[in-house]
Design a protein around this ligand. Structure first.
Ligand code: GN1
Ligand code: MG
Length: 375
């Protein structure tokens, strides 16, 4: 265990947390895992036969104020999916797995250490890995398939059986209100990049209500959503190259499937990835958009309504813009929400998403044509 220990946590603390969730064996390795922006995530290896592994996470309770409800949502959704996977309707003949919430020796779904850190553990999806950006159109199709599979498996779970664990999550107008507050308090416009961002936000804000208006008018309705279906959360089988799971279930809650569709496409159709420093070269690739949507519809097509289709384009533009807005606000506020690795990191991330939004808008007609064509 080298880098990545949460502040004030030693290797012994991590081991102590891992020990709570392991039914057998000895921990032989703990290492930082993935590149999440909020929680601290570790991969734990045991000395059991087959060197079993599991994922250990320290939940950021500054962001997730009610982590017990997050666990409840994780359990409700994964148990529902597991039940449905037993059904013939979803016997696709393909491997599909759901991460299991691991329990402590006392039978609890989390453990709080002596200074109140909230720990949880999940099974690791063996024989699979994920990628930060899409490699080719076959991979793109699998990413879409995974999101569609997830939505389809939860499509008969009433949205109100899940708690609202992050109020206002993906409600763009709320992020705009917060941005205005932060801007007043902290000011901006120190650099050319900041000025570009401010200008961009003010141009976009008139169109930020489109999805929320559709909810208010009863055109779109809330369903169980994943909340964070970016490419790096889709697990790909090492042997077959097929998607076998979608992980990172901490944001599963009621929402619009459009938030997920938009998020998956803003992530999947940006070949340079969201962490690139070459923000000026960022573009939205329609040749990845098509296979992602085809993969999505191959599993989710059944429950999407005509109205749902009408808002797919808007969701792609809006969620890219929204993520840029969230990064930019956090930059202005002094990086209090997203973890950063360098000065200006959140500003760079914001520029990537804003550039992506511009690219989406400049190809609006082509993207809308793809949506019509695959429908
Ligand atoms: C955050 O922590 P992570 O990387 O799983 C964020 C998502 C963003 C994502 C961008 C709770 O997810 O909404 O899309 O960063 N999660 C939360 O990479 O805000
Ligand atoms: Mg996440």
């Amino acid at each position: 265990m080298q880098r990545g220990s949460p502040k004030g946590k030693t290797l012994a603390d991590l081991l102590g947390a891992a020990e709570q969730f392991k039914p057998r064996g000895k921990v032989t390795d703990i290492r930082e895992f993935g590149n999440g922006n909020i929680n601290n995530t570790f991969l734990v290896t045991l000395n059991t036969e087959g060197e079993e592994r599991f994922v250990l996470q320290r939940v950021n309770t500054q962001v997730f104020h009610k982590p017990e409800l997050v666990m409840l949502n994780m359990r409700t959704s994964t148990e529902h999916i597991r039940r449905r996977l037993g059904h013939a309707r979803h016997a696709t003949g393909r491997r599909w797995e759901v991460p299991r919430v691991l329990l402590t020796q006392q039978g609890l779904d989390h453990w709080c250490d002596s200074d109140g850190s909230f720990w949880r553990a999940l099974s690791f999806i063996d024989g699979s890995r994920s990628f930060d950006a899409i490699k080719n159109s076959a991979h793109a199709r699998e990413v879409g398939y995974a999101l569609g599979m997830f939505h389809a498996l939860l499509s008969d779970l009433p949205a109100d059986s899940l708690a609202d664990t992050l109020e206002g999550f993906h409600v763009t107008p709320r992020y705009l209100l917060y941005y205005d507050k932060v801007l007043k308090k902290h000011g901006a416009g120190r650099s050319q990049e900041e000025n570009y961002c401010m200008q961009f936000v003010s141009e976009q804000s008139a169109r930020a209500h489109v999805l929320e208006n559709a909810i208010a008018r009863g055109i779109l309705r809330l369903r169980p959503i994943h909340g964070d279906p970016k490419v790096s959360n889709i697990m790909i089988d090492n042997a077959t190259g097929q998607a076998v799971s979608i992980v990172d279930l901490g944001t599963v809650k009621p929402g619009l499937v459009h938030y997920d569709i938009g998020d998956c496409l803003r992530s999947g159709c940006n070949p340079l990835g969201e962490e690139t420093e070459q923000w000026e070269d960022v573009r939205f690739d329609p040749d990845l958009c098509r296979p992602i949507l085809q993969g999505y519809l191959s599993t989710a097509g059944e429950f999407l309504t005509a109205n749902d289709f009408e808002y797919i384009y808007d969701s792609i533009r809006l969620i890219a813009f929204e993520l840029g807005l969230r990064f930019f606000t956090d930059h202005l506020e002094g990086n209090v929400y997203f973890k950063v690795g360098r000065p200006g990191h959140n500003l760079a991330r914001a520029l990537v998403q804003f550039r992506l939004t511009e690219s989406i808008e400049s190809q609006a007609a082509a993207i809308r044509a793809i949506i019509r064509e695959i429908r």
